[in-house]
Design a protein around this ligand. Sequence first.
Ligand code: MN
Length: 176
Amino acid sequence: MHGGSIAVESEIGRGSRFTVSMPWQLSTDKQAELQSDTILQNGYSVPKVLQRQSKPLVLLAEDNEANIQMIFDYLTVTNHQVLVARNGIEAIKQAQEKQPDIILMDIQMPEMDGLEAIRQLRTDPRLASTPIIALTALAMPGDKERCLAAGATDYMSKPIGLKQLTEVIKAQCTSS
Ligand code: MN
């Protein structure tokens, strides 16, 4: 049923050898988790396995303070840990250091925009399969395609529905 095999070799007076083979493969998510088994939290190194069992670690890359405050507060009270980056360069730095479970990426940001940040994140093998949700201010034709082409997993246009946002995070963090 599992696609494995069982074999036996036996010799009277000497002994027997039973071999059980089971196909087994690490998911890419597990590989990523193993490559970075701890994260820094409030200056402490916390095993990521423990981390995962409790609260999803969300990296919010957004330059608008009102949006940051609103999303940060909402996600915090709904049992998430939230890291904030205010431009694309900061987002890449934080993502590489903290290995978040999911990244929310505003597209229009200073220094480096969200599209460029997503492209660069996807070149890092540790972040190649991290869910990235692109957030855009205006639902312009072609926006979604541009975000997905850059490597975003999904796309939401502003104003962001907070309940919808937590549902997307939940779906992405449990499906992988
Ligand atoms: Mn912005």
